[in-house]
Design a protein around this ligand. Sequence first.
Ligand SMILES: Nc1ncnc2c1ncn2[C@@H]1O[C@H](COP(=O)(O)OP(=O)(O)O)[C@@H](O)[C@H]1O
Ligand SMILES: [Mg+2]
Length: 538
Amino acid sequence: MPAASDWFFGNRKESYARARRNTAAMAAAMRGASEEDARATLRALDGDESFLLGALPRGEEVRLAAREVGRHGMVWGSSGAGKSYGLVIITNGWTAGGTRRLQILDPKGETYLLKSLHVAGQYLDLPEPEREAYAARFRVFDVTADALTPFNLFAVPTGMSPSLLASLRAAATRHMSGHDYSDLMEYGVFLLYSAATNLQWGITTKFVRAFFLDAAFRARVILPRLSDARLRDSIEHIETTLPTQTRTAIVRQFDILLASAPARISFGLSPAMVHALAPADARATDFLGNFGPTPQRSPALAKAMAINRLIDVLNDANVREEITPELVLVEEVGVIVKQPAVADFLLEGSRTLRWKGLSMVCVAQDPANAIPRETATALVLNSKWLLAFECGKEEALWLFPHVTRAANQSEAEQRQAFVREMARLPTQQAVLVKKGLPAVRFRTRDLDDPTTRYPRELLTETFEREIARRSMVRVKDAEARIATWEADLFASYGGSSSAAPSTVHGPQTGGAATRGIADLFALLDRARGKSADEENSR
Ligand SMILES: Nc1ncnc2c1ncn2[C@@H]1O[C@H](COP(=O)(O)OP(=O)(O)O)[C@@H](O)[C@H]1O
Ligand SMILES: [Mg+2]
């Protein structure tokens, strides 16, 4: 039987060399201590509504209580190390009780795909009468050739400042056309989203063009309808704050951005249209978001929508009255937190939404490289548990403080050996840390493969037809609504300056529309380069 410490330090050969240096008594004492450490950790991880995650080398079960998963965590490891399979085990265990919520945001689509096969397998396993209720648990965010899940980009959640929402939406689209925005451009996009949010409209390329380049359109269609005086003022002066060149550049960006049907629909639907097309099913508890590459959607658009989804998930949790255990799994988190505004929002959300029952699990292949330094540090610090598969040196060093040390080796030696060992962990082998307790090294359990029970095509077809379709609207229907709205809007503009388009809905009323005005002022002023002093002295 290998000494427990061998699971952390070195291979057999090294441990043999070490054993020669050690006295037999020391080795025995160490083994006893490490085993006791591991057992203490296992006991702390286990508890009510636990599920089997894996096993220690000697066969002891590693069980995770729902309570433990429902805390912020971080998962990392190189490609093919076993993250996605591990995450399916964890998310299946988390939702097994049926009362907890799950959010998967997957910018790569692999974990989503694996999860969807398992969901379809479970669906097919159920007797016919139970299938409907099972399927109703899921809400899927995806895009196919003729259908997609609509977003509600311009609806302001209760209590949120509209300017914060607009600035986050602007951040989400910042990299969309492959070129970065200048600060001036970002300000312009922020104004556009602020206007759409205030008017409760969607946006189309024709609308964007008119908004930025047609003064008469702004004067006759936009300005009279804006309920926010400061926003009105900013848009009225858009030609002095934003050079024609900048406005033209924004219009060009949106021409590229809105070139595909999924983009036109995501950005074109007003809150009222979303509501009419796809009323939310209150029974949904498991939200599966696929933002991986598809032929219908550019990677940049997919990424923007992943960020928008994160914004919505955190907003929803914030607005919710009751405390609901909700696990938010963010795959490839590096893709999402490149934007400082988005990273701040995620970190702020993870801090403030704890008491609402929200836990955030961030996943990355190589977090030390993929995530901006400060954000990575904050995420590791925020996490109550860490699950690491084969990984690089920096990530291994994040774990090392939690690893049981041997008395007979120098700190530096042990650190080096640990880093080496983490760099070549076999698939499914991982180190699990519950902060405050010694790390345990274990192997994830073998996940059953639904394709051994049902043909793969049947699983994907079942998932799409019986589960994903419920959340989606037909591209044709959504495009028709947007086209009608746009035609009405421009018909009214072309006809008479005072006529209101029939499908246009008035500005949102109530607290949310006015609460954020102070924030909006601050943002607008910042965007114009005014100092806080000036702001205060006015
Ligand atoms: N728990 C597991 N049960 C069965 N097979 C697994 C398990 N974990 C990993 N594998 C195998 O290893 C491969 C890579 O695992 P995966 O979870 O996709 O890695 P990652 O998400 O880290 O890239 C899988 O395709 C599967 O064949
Ligand atoms: Mg994976």
